[in-house]
Design a protein around this ligand. Sequence first.
Ligand SMILES: Nc1ncnc2c1ncn2[C@@H]1O[C@H](COP(=O)(O)OP(=O)(O)OP(=O)(O)O)[C@@H](O)[C@H]1O
Length: 305
Amino acid sequence: MIEARNLTKRYGDKVAVDDLSFTIPGGTVTGFLGPNGAGKSTTMRMIVGLDRPTSGSVTVNGRPYRHHRAPLREVGVLLDAKAMHPGRTARSHLRALAASHRIPASRVDEVVEMTGLTSVAHKRVGGFSLGMGQRLGIAVALLGDPRSLILDEPVNGLDPEGVTWVRTLVRQLAAEGRTVLISSHLMSEMAMTADHLLVIGRGRILAAGPVQDVIDAATGAVVAVRSPQAEELAAHLRVDGHSVDLAQDTLRVRGATTEAVGELAARRGLVLHELWLHRASLEEAYLNLTGSAVEYRATTTETPS
Ligand SMILES: Nc1ncnc2c1ncn2[C@@H]1O[C@H](COP(=O)(O)OP(=O)(O)OP(=O)(O)O)[C@@H](O)[C@H]1O
């Protein structure tokens, strides 16, 4: 379990992380989302003691990271997959780390196999592709067989097979009762991987909770109806106080249930061809949540003709 209480980090005038309080429970994959510069990496760095909070605190399995006797066994971290000695081979990098943490060499072979690096383990890290580097970073995170894992954009640079592999791996680690905090900008992937979400913007929490709850709260339920009498149905729904958008024969009704819309149509003798609850995607919910918290936004310039 990871617990933050009023966690704050300032760099000069810049408040990178602003009074965050959250609990990341064991046995779940928690997706950590937010626009560029929102404070995700800074939060992760504070969790593992690489940055000191300006105020507030964060604990892993009940203690600050630096108070753990064998931190690698408590928390596995992937923060910057490039931060490795380029002249070393993957295996020697892992062996050196294992030796300095009294982890048996047999564990190196296990994580090499788990991460699909067997055929390149004897190669120099400097020649690794982005994807291989990510796999090695994940191997490092798994080395101590830790109870918690913190993975900053682990699928960055991975091919589709690699992305699926990370998803399966983190789901399995959570099923074993471990705590997994994982950041990504790939919303569709996060929707498939995470149980819970923690969404931040400008260092503050924008939403937290089970994935579907976060989506529903950010977008509101929308009932969609297709009817040859769409205009008439829209008029009745509006009289009942619903907000309705009409496009051709399809209505989108906010804040209603499928039952209420179907029953109203039946009372008025209106024909329905389709009636369904439209569930927004995580991407839609994310854009709604973070719309005003985006720090770095591109301005589209017109191409001169
Ligand atoms: N060492 C530092 N010195 C000064 N400012 C910093 C430092 N590290 C981070 N920041 C600032 O703190 C804010 C949060 O940065 P952080 O890297 O935590 O965001 P992030 O959510 O991880 O972004 P991204 O999605 O781009 O990785 C940014 O505005 C960043 O410029």
